[in-house]
Design a protein around this ligand. Structure first.
Ligand SMILES: *[C@@H]1O[C@H](CO)[C@@H](O)[C@H](O)[C@H]1NC(C)=O
Ligand SMILES: *[C@@H]1O[C@H](CO)[C@@H](O)[C@H](O)[C@H]1NC(C)=O
Ligand SMILES: *[C@@H]1O[C@H](CO)[C@@H](O)[C@H](O)[C@H]1NC(C)=O
Ligand SMILES: *[C@@H]1O[C@H](CO)[C@@H](O)[C@H](O)[C@H]1NC(C)=O
Length: 283
């Protein structure tokens, strides 16, 4: 999900208006998720990956990486409480499509709002995939930017490894109240997210996003309207004065619930943010 994930997300969506206005004839292909065939193999890998019996280094917190009890809990919940078919059926309740945009096949949810005059949005699935975009200048960021193949190949076929790499961050960078309303970010959601990375074989490419965009986080002043949402427990705090310097800031909203994965940790607030964006759409 993203850095000021929301910022980039909103900026991207705002810039998108321009393209959309220039060409609104997308060819949509209906899409249904069907990743069940790889589940037996995933189960075998999950079951057969050994974790240390006890933590070698005691008294260290999550700032040293995912804690043994958490990775063990997630792994153990896999066969106990997690059912891929249920999660897949839930995701497939949303109308999904693919379309080729500038040579790239893009998969998205397209659901019309029940509210009159609302703009349409690309929601949950996209949000979950978005986790691949989290960023702060720390070890994981340097690793993914400089040696994406090392970590990418190491964890490509390791569901437990991906749980450690992705699941740890989903816990650490979220509101401590995660899992209580309005947050829907609980262990089931983490397991579903990691399953999506594993089953679609996208772990390696999600590492390469960083290496492929070495200047992706450089500041270029954006003239298009920029809307900014600050979620209290996000990994960074961007004050309004600072944000004003990087773009045509037309809205700055502070949410006192939620973290880096706003779409999971505070979906109602993110929906409001996106709806506000609709005010700037010129179609
Ligand atoms: C607009 O979209 C259509 C259909 O995808 C495509 O054939 C055409 O080249 C696009 N035109 C521009 C100007 O991008
Ligand atoms: C994985 O372990 C669970 C619980 O021990 C067991 O029910 C399941 O049959 C195992 N699955 C595979 C594929 O080994
Ligand atoms: C997104 O998913 C959550 C639970 O997974 C659900 O409660 C919520 O209604 C979904 N949002 C939309 C807009 O469908
Ligand atoms: C997580 O929340 C969903 C509803 O959003 C629920 O169906 C699921 O059982 C919860 N999982 C856990 C482990 O509490």
């Amino acid at each position: 999900m993203a850095f000021s994930k929301l910022k980039i997300w909103l900026v991207a969506a705002t810039s998108f208006t321009v393209t959309f206005a220039a060409n609104n004839s997308f060819n949509l292909t209906p899409f249904t998720i069907d990743l069940s065939s790889e589940i037996p193999r995933l189960n075998v890998l999950m079951n057969n990956t050994c974790l240390p019996a006890t933590a070698l280094y005691s008294g260290v917190g999550p700032d040293k990486g995912i804690e043994l009890n958490l990775i063990a809990e997630l792994r153990n919940e896999w066969p106990e409480i997690f059912d891929w078919e249920t999660q897949q059926a839930e995701l497939n309740q949303f109308a999904q499509f693919t379309s080729v945009i500038e040579g790239q096949t893009v998969h998205f949810v397209h659901e019309k709002s029940k509210e009159a005059d609302a703009i349409t949005g690309c929601q949950n699935v996209t949000e979950q995939r978005g986790t691949a975009f989290d960023t702060i200048s720390n070890a994981y960021f340097m690793e993914q930017t400089t040696k994406p193949n090392d970590i990418g190949f190491a964890l490509y076929d390791s569901p437990v490894g991906q749980l450690a790499w992705i699941g740890g961050k989903m816990k650490l960078w979220s509101d401590p109240r995660a899992g209580t309303p309005p947050s829907v970010l609980n262990n089931t959601v983490i397991l579903t997210s990691v399953s999506l990375y594993y089953l679609t074989g996208s772990f390696l490419s999600s590492m390469w996003i960083y290496a492929s965009n070495p200047n992706g986080f450089h500041t270029v002043y954006l003239k298009v309207p920029m809307l900014f949402g600050q979620y209290e427990y996000n990994i960074g705090l961007w004050l309004q004065d600072y944000v004003t310097q990087v773009g045509n800031l037309v809205s700055y909203r502070v949410h006192n619930f939620g973290g880096n994965f706003a779409g999971l940790d505070n979906p109602p607030a993110l929906f409001d943010d996106i709806r506000e964006m609709g005010l700037y759409f010129k179609v």
